[in-house]
Write a protein that binds this ligand. Sequence first.
Ligand code: ADP
Ligand code: MG
Length: 257
Amino acid sequence: MTTALVELRDVRKSYFSNRIETPVLHGINLAMQRGEFVAIMGQSGSGKSTLMNVLGCLDIPTSGSYALAGEDVGSLSRAALAGLRNRTIGFVFQSFNLLKRMSILDNVALPLIYAGVNRKQARERAQHQLARVGLGELARRQPNQLSGGQQQRVAIARALVADPPLILADEPTGNLDTRTSADIMAVLTELNRDRGQSIILVTHEPDIAAFARRLVRLKDGLVLYDGPAREGLRELAQEEAVNLAGSLSTATTEEQA
Ligand code: ADP
Ligand code: MG
């Protein structure tokens, strides 16, 4: 039996402020094998980022269990958890999160430096990774000397440099134009196909989700759909058409009234 890369069982997550509980995730069950490419969709506030924070071990569930690469996250010490996260996950954020005063080469090398790799070797691997995302020639530039799309490529190179089995990307194309977004998605698709890297990607755009093979839709902190992306996106489009027709007919009735 092979262990799932990700396995969430009845995961609940609440935020607390002034002892007032705000439940956000209401019992999520989700398993993912190595090599999968999953898109997560859902309306704003449905819990996508909260789920990603749990998946990324940046936050812990209020209840339920999470096993990452076969390790029960809830039973690990802080240090062990940080180690597991560094070995297993690469993050790509909407806002790129690059360090401004460093060359992009050093930005990409950073996760390796943290992991204790010596500087020379870290730079060599970073250079190689930048070349893979098509930026080998620009290694000495600083982030502000690059376009948004190029900066996101740097962020992807940084997420990949330590070769983690799982990439978590929360709205990675949210700040990019359509053309550049397609470019970034091509890079991610290639990584998934050629290197078997697993990807979980949050997006609100069906065109972007269509790059994934599997779709998970969240609604109010619960899984509403989990299955093939193609069928899921078709369902979503139908629902939206029905909603649109509904609001149009309401508008017409109001006009007539
Ligand atoms: P999404 O990414 O789908 O838009 P989030 O996971 O960011 O949704 O948020 C889900 C809900 O949890 C929202 O109602 C949000 O206001 C609330 N929330 C998110 N983060 C916090 C927090 N740190 N403290 C309190 N409430 C939060
Ligand atoms: Mg979010």
